[in-house]
Design a protein around this ligand. Sequence first.
Ligand SMILES: CC(C)(COP(=O)(O)OP(=O)(O)OC[C@H]1O[C@@H](n2cnc3c(N)ncnc32)[C@H](O)[C@@H]1OP(=O)(O)O)[C@@H](O)C(=O)NCCC(=O)NCCS
Length: 252
Amino acid sequence: MLDRIKEDIYCIFARDPAAQSVFEIVTAYPGFHAILIHRLSHQLWNRRFRWLGRFISHLARWLTGIEIHPGAVIGRRFFIDHGMGVVIGETAVIGDDCTLYHGVTLGGISWKKGKRHPTLGNNVVVGAGAKILGPIEVGDGARIGSNSVVLKNVPAGATVIGIPGHIINPDRKAQEAQRQAIASKIGFDAYGQTPDMPDPVAHAINHMLNHIQLLDEQIACLKLVLQQNGIDFKQKPLPDISNCQLDLGNGT
Ligand SMILES: CC(C)(COP(=O)(O)OP(=O)(O)OC[C@H]1O[C@@H](n2cnc3c(N)ncnc32)[C@H](O)[C@@H]1OP(=O)(O)O)[C@@H](O)C(=O)NCCC(=O)NCCS
């Protein structure tokens, strides 16, 4: 028990750069107080002292602004930073090494008894104000963006943002960089358009850039195969498009 409490204290140093000392954590971290009291109320709940467990968790809420139902199962090295407004429901399950920020709800979307709250794997980080609702599963190492509302299972390692929560495409940054490279090759400034910005012209041009990128890759591949088979591929020099001026019919 003491070992677990020590772990709950020391994990805070790794996750909060503002943490100064054990004394500070023990005296001034509501997230630590909440988990400490939850460890006790959960024991009482499991031993069927249901009202006492519930009452103690109510006192913890009063003291810390963090509401953890005594029935919730919480793993080791759990850290709630800041804490105010956190709600963790009765049938929520949280793995080891998870971090929650203030305003997080692990809530239900049904009034039926039984499993109705989320299950978080290990090493999950839930950003401030995020709501994870329903008996869904959030895989190991997933990250939930602040203020997102998550209603569907999240695979391990994924990052989810927005309302409703959607997974950030891990290849998106790489694809954007490739697109930017092609855009600058042909002298077009894509001015950082994203899928969230519904400019239909930029959207169409971005698709053309993706298409050109694929064509480039296919030509390079064909060239390689031809060369490997002893066929000399004489590529005509391509004009430097970035130096071309668009003829807009007005002298420019
Ligand atoms: C979700 C999160 C983990 C993503 O971090 P990341 O993988 O480093 O991602 P990036 O910061 O590179 O952002 C990737 C994209 O998601 C967007 N994004 C990031 N967090 C977002 C959020 N919470 N809501 C909406 N969009 C978000 C970014 O604007 C960016 O969009 P772009 O590619 O169109 O520019 C992080 O932004 C987050 O919300 N962490 C929680 C932190 C927190 O609550 N701190 C409280 C301290 S008191």
